[in-house]
Design a protein around this ligand. Structure first.
Ligand SMILES: [Cu+2]
Length: 426
């Protein structure tokens, strides 16, 4: 195994010492990054970007970094899940892995996977296709035999092949829609609200739906983990950016021991304070996301996608036309008549079935599918978390079930209103 000291050294070299506590948003103690890279949705990567990413990931596996990150995650299971450490730990941790990839190729930027747009039929996503991250494991052994992680042999916690075992006998049951996550972004008033809303919904559903290694505490060994966690991190960053003055340093709730969290808590495995990861674009957090950049008006990556797809405004309009009582319960920002803040709107222009831009030929001829009229009022309720998973995640069953009830009630309300999700095309 690669030396642990090297990893810690890398993590520490990339950060600075804490200079103060509870800084207001306009007085960050970390210096602004000279270069800020933009994490893009995986389907937006060019062929060259995809190849560079794939190659760096392969090398990180050969050099056993993948095993190392699996080991760290397993060791910190209780600390990092089911409490306020969830977002802060995983932000630092995914950044550390991205920094490892940059050692192989400094041009590499971690992509994210917006799994919500694939909610109706996750296993049909091109992201889980054999040219990209690969699909379900083999029916006998559950070993993944296609895609980026095809036939990966891992040594932690013992010698094994990378496994996936879709939870719906050969496919993945529906998970959380862009409509639900849009609602979570709009109704969450505190950091703790948002953490509970994301960790217990799409976060858990993707882990459980893919199964195999993703359904263990060494789940980072599956490359899907990083794209999925970048997506969760994006949702936090986007929520912060909605109201940066209040939310950049908003950190509340409790940690795994029940203690109220603080910005000067140390993030385990990296020894940096929480305050150092709160603000993207500062310290070692030299990245942002395409959706945040687009909201600020610098939208090159998104504009490209919108050219061939329907305007995201059309998708949003369908939600805005919901009855006022549904809007005020689930979409308070849409209910108030003010102009829509794109950061509060998780209805992207990516559509199910959309090919990777890296697949130049398929992308050029792609015709976005129309929503299936027969499914009007028939949005599926997202899958729920198992007790086994909640226990493994040190989750709070009451908190999880409350989020699940909200998800179910929202789907009911949308269906009663005769809503047809633009992402339901099958
Ligand atoms: Cu985790």
């Amino acid at each position: 195994m690669r030396s642990f000291a090297l990893v810690l050294g890398l993590a520490m070299a990339c950060t600075q010492q804490a200079a103060g506590l509870t800084p207001p948003a306009d007085a960050a103690p970390y210096t602004a990054c000279a270069d800020i890279t933009v994490r893009k949705e995986i389907r937006s990567l060019s062929s060259a970007e995809w190849k560079a990413y794939e190659s760096a990931v392969q090398q990180s596996q050969k050099d056993k970094w993948v095993d190392w990150f699996g080991y760290i995650h397993n060791r910190l299971a209780v600390y990092a899940h089911g409490n306020s450490n969830f977002f802060t730990f995983h932000r630092k941790y995914t950044r550390d892995y991205e920094n490892v990839l940059k050692k192989y190729d400094s041009s590499v930027v971690l992509p994210y996977w917006n799994a919500m747009v694939d909610f109706q039929s996750p296993s049909s996503s091109v992201v889980l296709g054999s040219e990209y991250l690969g699909g379900n494991g083999n029916s006998d052994t559950n070993c993944v035999t296609d895609g980026l992680a095809s036939n990966w042999n891992l040594i932690y916690p013992e010698n094994h092949c990378l496994k996936r075992q879709y939870s719906g006998s050969g496919s993945i049951p529906a998970w959380h829609s862009p409509e639900f996550i849009t609602s979570v972004l709009q109704v969450s008033k505190t950091y703790a609200d948002l953490r509970a809303g994301i960790e217990n919904s799409i976060h858990g559903a993707v882990h459980l739906g893919l199964g195999g290694d993703m359904d263990t505490m060494y789940s980072p060994m599956d490359p899907v983990f990083w794209l999925h966690h970048a997506n969760c991190d994006r949702l936090w960053a986007q929520w912060q950016a909605i109201s940066p003055n209040d939310r950049t340093y908003m950190y509340d709730g409790t940690d795994s021991s029940g203690k109220t969290v603080s910005l000067d808590d140390t993030i385990l495995a990296s020894d940096v304070p929480v305050v150092s990861v709160m603000r993207l674009g500062y310290g070692d957090m030299c990245y942002t996301y395409d959706t945040i950049q687009a909201a600020k008006g610098n939208a090159t990556a998104l504009v490209k996608r919108q050219k061939c797809n329907k305007s995201p405004d059309q998708a949003t309009q369908a939600v805005r036309n919901l009855p006022p009582e549904v809007l005020s319960t689930y979409y308070p920002s849409f209910a108030s008549n003010k102009a829509i803040n794109p950061l509060e709107n998780e209805m992207p222009s990516i559509v199910p079935g959309q090919p990777m831009a890296a697949d130049v030929k398929a992308a050029a001829t792609f015709v976005p599918p129309k929503p299936n009229e027969k499914l009007r009022g028939k949005m599926p309720v997202p899958s729920t978390l198992t007790n086994k998973w909640i226990t493994m995640m040190s989750g709070n069953v009451t908190e999880v079930r409350e989020i699940e009830e909200r998800a179910c009630a929202m789907v009911d309300a949308l269906n009663k209103a005769g809503y047809l999700s633009p992402y339901m095309v099958n």
